[in-house]
Design a protein around this ligand. Structure first.
Ligand SMILES: NC(=O)C1=CN([C@@H]2O[C@H](COP(=O)(O)OP(=O)(O)OC[C@H]3O[C@@H](n4cnc5c(N)ncnc54)[C@H](OP(=O)(O)O)[C@@H]3O)[C@@H](O)[C@H]2O)C=CC1
Ligand SMILES: O=C(O)[C@@H]1CCC=N1
Length: 268
């Protein structure tokens, strides 16, 4: 399978990096990127072909749109000229498949995806939505690309993409934010930077692994840490008095609302 990416930024790098680790032939990947420095870094780091024009860009099975949502309409207006029967995969937040289809002259071979950056180490998760006329072969092509960089979840309803974007698309940033906060808390309590960093990171890694490998639900796992009259109880009481669950729900709602707003605004 030949894959052409348009946009060689963070997310394209994450997906290509994951494909590379997974043994995918880098000679089958081409990246159209306008920034000369990014082009040379992509060629050097990942050994992919790079270009700054659409010439010969039609010669591919899949076109992955990995530019910012605000750049998508303009790029689709270029892509429409080279479309024959390639699968078009968009990873842009917010932008709906019906709008991309309209910009691509009513082209229907579109799969909309929301990946996340742990794709870099093949630990990503991607939600995918296929327009009704996407063929089984094209679904399998999209699944092959995203399975190479993590788990996949197919959605039957595109409107769920806004929630997915808020939870797993943006989610790694919330986790990094929490790790930063735990590291800072450790330092404030007298640990050295490297001690706090090591403890916070390994605690996150260990707890995530335990939660995903255990048959026990996370609430029970939390109860197992929280000894009656012990230290954790005080920490959890403090989190609850600040209504942290509500604050997290508000953060996710803000991200999901932004996804809807982007879709409304850019789809016009
Ligand atoms: N980052 C993330 O965690 C996730 C991002 N996404 C989505 O992925 C998409 C890409 O995000 P991300 O990789 O973070 O963004 P980046 O800005 O890092 O990457 C976009 C790249 O496309 C380049 N570019 C801009 N216009 C064109 C063009 N006309 N032709 C070719 N290349 C162009 C940009 O160059 P320049 O910078 O010079 O404009 C940039 O290098 C977005 O739509 C985002 O919503 C989805 C899930 C997760
Ligand atoms: O912040 C963003 O808009 C993109 C989409 C999800 C993660 N990053």
């Amino acid at each position: 399978m030949k894959i052409n990416f348009i946009g060689g930024g963070n997310m394209a790098r994450a997906i290509i990096g994951g494909l590379k680790q997974n043994g995918f032939a880098m000679s089958d990947i081409k990246v159209l990127e306008l920034d000369a420095q990014k082009r040379s870094e992509l060629a050097q780091d990942l050994n992919v072909q790079v270009t700054d024009t659409y010439a010969e860009f039609h010669n591919t099975d899949v076109i992955v749109l990995a530019i910012k949502p605000q750049q998508l309409k303009e790029v689709c207006q270029q892509v429409v000229a080279i479309l024959t029967s390639q699968l078009v995969v968009s990873i842009a937040a917010g932008v709906r498949s019906k709008d991309m289809s309209a910009w691509l002259n009513d082209y229907q071979g579109i799969v909309r995806v929301m990946p996340n950056t742990p794709a870099q180490i093949q630990a990503g998760v991607s939600a995918l939505y296929a327009m009704p006329q996407v063929t089984q072969t094209q679904r399998e092509q999209a699944d092959t690309i995203l399975t190479a960089v993590g788990k996949t979840l197919w959605l039957d309803d595109e409107t769920k993409m806004d929630a997915v974007t808020a939870i797993s698309g943006s989610g790694p940033a919330y986790v990094f934010y929490f790790i930063e906060a735990l590291q800072a808390a450790g330092v404030a309590l007298g640990l050295k930077d490297e001690e706090a960093n090591m403890l916070a990171l390994q605690t996150f890694a260990g707890a995530s692994l335990l939660a995903s490998q255990s048959n026990t639900d996370v609430k029970t796992l939390r109860a197992q840490v929280t000894s009656k009259g012990g230290t954790t109880e005080q920490g959890i009481l403090s989190l609850e008095s600040a209504d942290i669950k509500h604050i997290i729900a508000q953060a996710a709602k803000a991200a999901a609302d932004k996804s809807v707003t982007l879709g409304d605004l850019l789809g016009q």
